[in-house]
Design a protein around this ligand. Structure first.
Ligand code: NAG
Ligand code: NAG
Ligand code: NAG
Length: 527
């Protein structure tokens, strides 16, 4: 008996299996999939993983593996279901512009959904009392949904890992003091790596809009956590207790960036395992024409595209009979029915995007530039024509363009089918059959993109395995000690709103000074 006890305690001391809690809100497909992948990898490496599956919507799948020890689900709030079913979100996304005010408004709308779901979880779910009785070594949370921050704190977990399924979510580097607010392009912005002097103020407004998304969540759910579960700290303080950060980016397609310690890029971890295509797709892909995939993601769906854009896009496709288009269009409606006879446009409600991209038969991918889609295309070495719409997509596109990897088609250009035709022809590799890009400089650019793609594709080739190893080894190392380092002593950053005020005051002061000097001069001349 004593022996068994001793063996067990030695195992506990030296064994590396942890009890891990993962908060994976099921709202945006790419976010959930990334976070669930992290849970799956840790579970596959022998850790005991419990997942909080906070379900906003059932139509988003998390694909958790059977290695997960326990899944604690929270059903969608009826109000959230109602909001998502009205279908106004995709339309708002389609109509938005890359302006700080509009992106801020979109995030406020999204934030409203997050606040409702968290309110529902705090007030009407048995989850928190249940979690309070369980024991975990540390927890991992997707930072986009602030509910996780409150949950982990009120159930007494202080060791946390923050994951961001895009690049660094602005709230993370700013709150943790690992970026320079004045010089860091916002995730919501349309900037690449660098900001010119006069872009800084506009960028601060993007940063402010992104922070506002989190601040508004805290303003609603913070008091509820306080009232029902005795929360004491602010979300900022709680975040600064984090021990590690993981981002869904890969150096191959990332820009130049300031980087804090203990922050790691694990882009590639969400690559899906390749499956064989069905015979239907195999025969589609054997078509001799160049093949173009069109998929605009799960948030701003194609079926919600404004009618004039749909019509213009289809018209452009029909003009390019020498190209086969496979278009992810989420429903059968008047639009798809009226076009059944079109021979070079194929509508699919769903498509196996990863497997199609990996098939080496796709010549161009028209995408909204979501982080996972972009990485998948680069992994497969497929050329990309980006139509960024909202959130981090403008910035993803800008960074990829900066790296010479993609061409961009601004959303406004979709209104004109000739512009689409030109963009598609210029994005496809030069081809005798549709003699595009007569001017040789542009042709050179096209080949340069191809070379860069080949390079990035080779960099990404082993990234899944590398990212998995990096994730597991950093986590196992940092939590092998009882008091892992955290960010609590890092410098506090200025809030972007404060910096905007300072800039505005300085400008106002200078203006007054100039007016004063001119007036003085004027007075002298007169007298
Ligand atoms: C919680 O349940 C009560 C009673 O069933 C209901 O009135 C309330 O709207 C629910 N709150 C949320 C946020 O779903
Ligand atoms: C996929 O196809 C290859 C060759 O056609 C076959 O060897 C393999 O078993 C298939 N894989 C699956 C998962 O069906
Ligand atoms: C964070 O680190 C500081 C030392 O820098 C330590 O005093 C504090 O207890 C840590 N906080 C948590 C929650 O572990």
């Amino acid at each position: 008996m004593l022996w068994v006890f001793m063996c067990l305690s030695i195992l506990c001391l030296h064994g590396s299996a942890f009890d891990i809690l993962v908060y994976a809100p099921r709202m945006m497909q790419s976010h959930v999939y990334f976070t669930a992948r992290i849970a799956n990898v840790l579970a596959a490496r022998g850790h005991k993983v419990t997942v909080i599956d906070n379900i906003f919507r059932y139509d988003v799948d998390n694909e958790l593996s059977s290695d997960i020890d326990q899944i604690l689900s929270v059903e969608p709030s009826p109000e959230v279901t109602k909001l998502l079913n009205t279908g106004s979100l995709p339309t708002i996304l389609w109509n938005s512009k890359a302006l700080p005010e509009e992106q801020r408004a979109i995030m406020e709308g999204l934030g409203h959904i997050h606040r409702l779901q968290c309110t529902h979880l705090i007030e009407n779910s048995t989850l928190i009392p249940k979690l309070q009785e369980m024991k975990f070594d540390f927890a991992i949370h997707e930072v986009f949904d602030s509910c996780g921050i409150g949950i982990l704190e009120v159930i007494g977990i202080q060791k946390t890992v923050i994951v961001s399924s895009t690049g660094p979510m602005d709230v993370v580097p700013i709150t943790l003091g690992i970026s320079d607010t004045l010089n860091t392009p916002s995730l919501l912005s349309d900037y690449g790596s660098f900001l010119s002097f006069h872009e800084k103020r506009r960028n601060l407004k993007f940063l402010s809009g992104m922070l506002n998304f989190h601040e508004m969540q805290e303003a609603v759910i913070g008091p509820l956590f306080r009232k029902y579960h005795g929360l004491k700290k602010s979300f900022g303080e709680i975040m600064r207790q984090a021990n590690l950060l993981f981002y869904n980016i890969h150096e191959g397609s990332d820009g130049m960036r300031m980087r804090g310690r203990r922050s790691f890029d694990i882009g590639g971890i969400a690559f899906k395992d390749q499956k064989n295509l069905t015979t239907e797709y195999q025969s589609l892909l054997s078509d001799p024409r160049p093949k173009v995939l069109v998929s605009l993601g799960t948030a701003a769906t194609s079926s919600h595209m404004p009618q004039n854009l749909k019509v213009s896009l289809l018209k452009a496709m029909k003009q390019m009979k020498y190209v086969l288009f496979i278009w992810k269009y989420e429903m059968e409606d008047e639009f798809t029915k009226s076009e059944e006879m079109t021979s070079n446009v194929i509508f699919k409600k769903f498509m196996p995007q990863t497997d199609l991209l990996a098939s080496e038969k796709i010549d161009l991918f028209i995408t909204h530039c979501g982080q996972n889609s972009l990485l998948e295309a680069f992994h497969a070495g497929v050329r990309v024509l980006a139509v960024p719409l909202f959130g981090d997509q403008h910035r993803n596109a800008q960074l990829a363009k900066e790296n010479g990897l993609i061409e961009v088609l601004p959303k406004a250009d979709i209104e004109t089918s000739s512009k689409i035709v030109k963009a598609v022809r210029n994005s496809l590799l030069p081809n005798e059959r549709f003699n595009q890009r007569k001017d040789s400089e542009k042709k050179m650019y096209c080949y340069r993109i191809q070379n860069n793609l080949i390079h990035v594709s080779s960099l990404l080739r082993n990234s899944k395995k590398n990212a998995e190893n990096l994730l597991v080894s950093t986590i196992e190392t940092i939590y092998s000690t009882d008091s892992p380092p955290n960010f609590s002593k890092f410098p506090q950053n200025y809030h972007p709103n404060t910096l905007i005020r300072v800039i505005d005051c300085a400008v106002a002061f200078l203006l007054i000074l100039v007016v004063f000097l001119i007036a003085k001069r004027f007075k002298k001349i007169i007298s």
